[in-house]
Design a binder for this molecule. Structure first.
Ligand code: SF4
Ligand code: SF4
Ligand code: SF4
Length: 349
């Protein structure tokens, strides 16, 4: 542990921490645009600069290790002025699209411009970059005019998704994120997991949603992805009882990542073809029934078969796509109510 001072208060912080990590541990918020605790610190956006007594220049909190006796100021006037300058520079070539941008309301750039009172009037002149919208992916679009070059998408794809499908192209003012096609291939190696989309702090990488919504019209419901047995935690973004987007949650098995199915394959939830009532076959035709009718039928058939052939005439096959809790209930029903140990699941079939 090292002992240091942040904004006049003394804290004990593990010695292998950065200033940013140390501050976060004690609930002190330092703004960042490029930081993600799952990734190697990048130090690109400079929004996290802080004043360290004795240091000539401001230090990036995400890459500066703590040391004993440090005196740090996270929101001094000098620091605030530097952050304002950074935001003014970013805003100088950013399309002023907040009125119609789908990211509005959950955009880090918008949030910090509001917090630091940025109005784009401080004299930096820049042109909106002339980069056409990349619409080639089925699930998301890439609008590089809005990119702030934080590098999160490139690093997520390389360091966590381990696909390396995207990279920075061109230099200086023209730098942008693109899919470099591999030699001899006419398509990207992108697997459409959408992890870059989930990480983008602005409206550059956005899902191709069918619904229009603002984040304040939605609620988030934490649940478990139903596609496989990994148990990824997801947040269903719901507007008017309809799922309009899926966000990865930081669950123990997925750490904020998803695959293409979990991220984009949620259309089935509200699909009109889904069954809404039980169906009972009568004279060879499935007829809609109530749950009470269905349970009564199941109960009578189970009783009849059990009476004639015993409990081992039954077997339960459950699914790796169910949650642990659902699978638990399934085996409990068959062992405790029906009386058989014939229980298995689809992952062994
Ligand atoms: S990306 Fe953010 S700052 Fe840019 S137009 Fe969209 S909401 Fe506004
Ligand atoms: S969708 Fe996944 S694979 Fe494709 S570029 Fe983004 S992170 Fe990489
Ligand atoms: S596309 Fe988004 S995540 Fe990628 S570098 Fe640009 S702003 Fe950052």
């Amino acid at each position: 542990m090292v002992s240091l001072t942040i904004n006049g208060k003394t804290f004990q912080i593990p010695e292998d921490s950065t200033i940013l990590e140390g501050a976060e541990m004690h609930g002190i918020n330092i703004p960042t645009l490029c930081h993600d605790r799952r990734l190697v610190a990048h130090g690109a956006c400079r929004m996290c600069v802080v004043e360290v007594e004795g240091a000539k220049s401001l230090m990036a909190a995400c890459t500066t290790p703590v040391s004993d006796g440090m005196i740090i100021r996270t929101h001094s006037q000098r620091v605030v002025n530097a952050r304002k300058d950074i935001l003014e520079l970013i805003w100088s070539n950013h399309p002023n699209d907040c009125l119609t941008c789908e990211k509005s309301g959950e955009c880090k750039l918008q949030e910090y411009c509001y917090e630091y009172d940025i109005k784009g009037e401080d004299g930096y002149e820049g042109e909106i970059r002339d980069i056409p919208l990349d619409d080639s992916n089925e699930f998301y679009y890439n609008d590089q005019r809005k990119c702030i070059l934080c590098g999160k998408c490139v690093r997520i794809c390389g360091e966590l998704q381990c696909t390396g499908a995207i990279g920075f192209s061109a230099r200086g003012f023209k730098t942008h994120v693109t899919h470099p096609f591999e030699e001899g291939m006419n398509h990207s190696t992108c697997v459409s997991c959408g992890n870059c989309v989930s990480a983008c702090p602005v409206g550059a990488l956005m899902p191709k949603g069918k619904e229009k919504f603002r984040n304040w019209e939605t609620e988030k419901i934490r649940t478990t992805c139903s596609y496989c047995g990994v148990g990824c935690q997801i947040d269903l973004v719901v507007k008017d009882n309809k799922v309009v987007r899926v966000d990865p949650a930081h669950g123990p098995s997925n750490g904020g990542l998803l695959c293409v199915k979990g991220k984009f394959g949620f259309g089935f939830i509200g699909h009109p073809d889904r069954l809404k009532t039980p169906l009972i076959k009568k004279d060879g035709i499935f007829i809609e029934a109530t749950w009470d009718e269905a349970y009564e039928l199941i109960k009578s058939k189970v009783g009849e078969i059990k009476g004639n052939y015993g409990p081992n005439a039954f077997a339960a096959l459950s699914s790796a796509r169910c949650t642990s809790e659902e699978n638990y209930l399934m085996q409990k029903l068959f062992r405790a109510v029906i009386g058989t140990n014939n229980v298995d699941h689809c992952a062994r079939l």
